[in-house]
Design a protein around this ligand. Structure first.
Ligand SMILES: [Zn+2]
Length: 272
C-alpha cells in the first residue's frame, strides 16, 4: 500500500501537470470509486473548477479547487494517479475507473485494480477523515508530544505506529523500518519504551520517511510515480520484505511475525 513517501511523491509529481488546469468533465466506469457522493454530484462540483493547489494529509491527496472544495484521492492498495494527453495509453489504463477531463487535451486518470482506493469532493478534509494524528514531518509532531502519547498506550508499538489517529501516513513498510533503525522490537508495549528508545524512534520515523521521499517512494508492487516510473526506496530497506535474509548490520536472519494482523519484519539481535 502506498504510504506517506509514496503519496507525497505523487503529490509533488501532480503539481506541475495539474495546477492551473480546469476540469471539463468526469468519466467514471466504477461507481464505487466515488465516495460521499454519486457521479452527478461529483461532476457538478468539479466541472469548471480550476485546480489551484495540491497537498497531502496522511495518505490522502488533496487537490484544492477554485470553488474552495477539495477533490481528494486515496490510492488504497494499488492506486495510480497520472496526467496524460487524451490519446495516450498506459498499461494501467485498464483499471482507470475515474478520469477527469482537463483543458489542454489532458486527462487525470485514477487507476486502481484492487479498488480499495477512492475519490471524493468535500468542503473540508475533516468531513472525510476527522481523526488523523499529527504529520510526522511537520512541526506538530514533537518529541515531547510523541513521548506523552506513547505512555497512554499499552498495545504493541508496531500496531500503534499503524494507527492513523496516533501518527499520520506511516504504514507497514515504514513502521518496520523505523523500529529497526530505533533498535526496538515490534512487539514491545508502547508504554514500556524508555526515554532513549523514544528519542531514537522519533528520529528514526522522520529519517526513514525523509529518505524514502528522497528516493521517490518504494515500488515493490503497484506503486508508480506520476510519470509511470518506479521509485527506489526499496533499495534502502533493512528489514521489510527481507525475511530469512541476513541483517545488513549483524548478519542474523531477519524474522517475520504477525503483529496486529500485519506481517512484521525485524532483526532478533539488533532489536531489543
Ligand atoms: Zn541485526
Amino acid at each position: 500500500m502506498p504510504e506517506l513517501p509514496e503519496v507525497e511523491t505523487v503529490v509533488r509529481g501532480l503539481r506541475e501537470p495539474l495546477i492551473g488546469h480546469k476540469v471539463l468533465g468526469v468519466i467514471c466506469t466504477q461507481p464505487k470509486t466515488i465516495r460521499h457522493a454519486d457521479l452527478a454530484s461529483m461532476t457538478a462540483r468539479l466541472q469548471g473548477q480550476k485546480v489551484i493547489g495540491i497537498t497531502r494529509r496522511a495518505k490522502y491527496i488533496l487537490c484544492q479547487l477554485s470553488s474552495g472544495d477539495l477533490f481528494i484521492v486515496h490510492l488504497g492498495m494499488s492506486g495510480r494517479l497520472y496526467v496524460v494527453p487524451d490519446a495516450a495509453q498506459r498499461d494501467s489504463d485498464r483499471w482507470a475507473h475515474l478520469i477527469l477531463q482537463l483543458d489542454g487535451g489532458q486527462q487525470l486518470r485514477f487507476s486502481d485494480p484492487r479498488r480499495f482506493g477512492f475519490a471524493a469532493v468535500v468542503s473540508t478534509f475533516n468531513e472525510l477523515a476527522p481523526k488523523i494524528g499529527p504529520e510526522p514531518l511537520s512541526d506538530d509532531f514533537t518529541r515531547a508530544g510523541f513521548a506523552e502519547k506513547l505512555k497512554r498506550h499499552h498495545k504493541a508499538i508496531k500496531a500503534l505506529l499503524l494507527d492513523q489517529s496516533f501518527i499520520a501516513g506511516v504504514g507497514n513498510i515504514y513502521a518496520d523500518e523505523s523500529l529497526f533503525r530505533a533498535k526496538i522490537r515490534p512487539l514491545r508495549r508502547a508504554d514500556s519504551l524508555r526515554k532513549a528508545e523514544i528519542d531514537r524512534l522519533y528520529a528514526a520515523i522522520r529519517a526513514v520517511l525523509e529518505e524514502a521521499i528522497a528516493r521517490h517512494g518504494a515500488s515493490i508492487n503497484w506503486y508508480r510515480k506520476v510519470d509511470g516510473t518506479a521509485g527506489d526506496a526499496q533499495d534502502n530497506f533493512y528489514v521489510y520484505g527481507r525475511e530469512g535474509e541476513p541483517c545488513l548490520v549483524c548478519g542474523t536472519p531477519i524474522q517475520k511475525i504477525v503483529v496486529g494482523g500485519r506481517g512484521t519484519h525485524f532483526c532478533p539481535k539488533c532489536q531489543k
